[in-house]
Design a protein around this ligand. Structure first.
Ligand code: PMP
Length: 417
């Protein structure tokens, strides 16, 4: 039973969990026993339609047969060599083929490591020390990005984490999302090494970039000699094979990837312009290393996942699911609200009329969102327990799943709003 596991977990884990958002499911999190396609099965033998999908990686749905087959085959041949392997070359070739900015790649083990490395690279390459980020963007759990951070950092009231030296935080400047005037003011005034941005904000709910925002960032960073970093940990291979940079037609200098490229196994990657990437050790003097970098299991799962994505059907199905559900949700909510969707991920905000930056998202009725989450869960639909996350769809979210979910969303939202 989930309740028994939760009781034990509280004794051994801070706050009962190993990643904070999991504790936002009240009164205690359900524990998952297995998962297949669009469904989770809990330790209490409940079957839930899943719109969390591991917080984004599982674009093929859970336990996809092609990924199982590839990983099983790799397991038989060993899973950690401490040497390079064929799979890392194949996965990197797929990334450089599809992602416009990717001339070279470095594999790491999480999105956190990817942004940490990309920011260090931007400092090493430019010889400058300051970074510009955006309020509510989340780039992982390292020191340089837990400043005005979204996602669980905002959900749990710690957008500024304790334990970060002021020597570090004073090198990080912050602008509101979609605010180019602020960006220009900062770039003019300060020597900025790198500007890091989620090309679609997916960590304060979903907030799309306004038409001029990404092209404006590209223009300004060129003008002022800063490295432009797109954090595509969520959007990479989600908004199509070329990620947000293809979707919006703006090519950054560096890109961070994670989530989907590992097919649901731990991964991160930094990729980008050759002359910047070549600053990494061993060719350059910006250090990065890792026992598990490019581990064969994550590489193999990533290859199998991208091979499926190259067939395009997963994009058609996941986009249709997100579109139909976002429309259904929009129709069902009776109060002021916003539904922000970009292709195959979305979020809804209650009691507000416009959400274009983190401050707007903070004004939404979060208590009511949580009530909606709880009611949906009772009816067998799992959406993120936090307003500051996104709903994801996958290739397994077919018409049956969508119709069943739409019925539940309609009932719950008409009831509560
Ligand atoms: N960047 C973005 C945009 C993310 O959404 C996340 C995680 N949700 C990260 C970085 C950090 O990735 P990880 O959790 O793999 O460290």
């Amino acid at each position: 039973m989930s309740s028994d596991l939760w009781n034990k977990a509280q004794a051994v884990f801070a706050g009962g969990v190993n990643s904070p958002v999991r504790a936002a499911v009240k009164p205690f999190p359900f524990y998952t026993r297995s998962a297949k396609g669009a469904y989770l099965v809990t330790e209490d033998s409940r079957r839930l339609i899943d719109f969390v999908l591991g917080y984004g990686p599982l674009i093929l749905g859970h336990a996809h047969p092609k990924v199982i087959e590839a990983v099983k085959d790799q397991l038989e041949r060993g899973w950690l060599y401490g040497t390079p392997s064929r799979a890392e070359v194949e996965l990197a070739s797929m990334i450089t083929k599809h992602v416009p900015s990717a001339q070279k790649v470095r594999f790491v083990n999480s999105g956190t490591e990817a942004t940490m490395t990309a920011l260090r690279l931007s400092r090493g390459f430019t010889g400058r020390s300051k970074i510009l980020k955006f309020d509510g963007n989340y780039h992982g759990a390292h020191d340089y990005v837990l400043i005005d951070a979204g996602s669980a950092a905002s959900e749990f009231g710690v957008p500024f984490s304790q334990g970060i030296p002021t020597e570090v935080s004073s090198t990080v400047l912050v602008c509101p999302y979609n605010d180019l005037t602020c960006v220009e003011t900062v770039l003019k005034r300060e020597e900025i090494a790198g500007v890091i941005v989620e090309p679609v904000m997916g960590n304060m709910g979903v907030i799309p970039p306004e038409k001029d925002f990404l092209p404006g960032l590209r223009k300004l960073t060129r003008e002022y000699g800063s490295v432009l970093i797109f954090d595509e940990v969520i959007t990479g291979f989600r908004l199509g094979l070329g990620g947000a940079q293809s979707y919006f037609g703006v090519t950054p200098d560096l890109t961070t990837l994670g989530k989907i490229i590992g097919g649901g196994f731990p991964i991160g990657a930094v990729c980008g312009r050759k002359e910047i990437m070549d600053q990494l050790t061993p060719s350059g003097r910006v250090f990065n290393a890792g026992t598990f970098n490019a581990n064969p299991i994550s590489m193999t799962a990533g290859i199998a996942t991208i091979q499926e994505l190259e067939k395009k059907e997963v994009y058609t199905v996941s986009e249709r699911a997100a579109r139909v559900l976002a429309e259904e949700i929009d129709r069902a909510i009776k109060m002021d609200h916003v539904v922000n969707r970009v292709y195959n991920f979305f979020q809804f905000f209650l009691g507000v009329k416009d959400v274009r930056n983190a401050n707007d998202a903070r004004k939404a009725k979060r208590d009511l969102y949580v009530k909606v989450h709880e009611s949906l869960l009772k009816e067998g639909v799992f959406i993120p327990p936090s307003q500051f996350e996104a709903l994801f769809t996958s290739g397994a979210h077919d018409d049956d799943v969508v119709n069943e979910s739409a019925r539940v969303f309609k009932k719950v939202l008409e009831d509560l709003t």
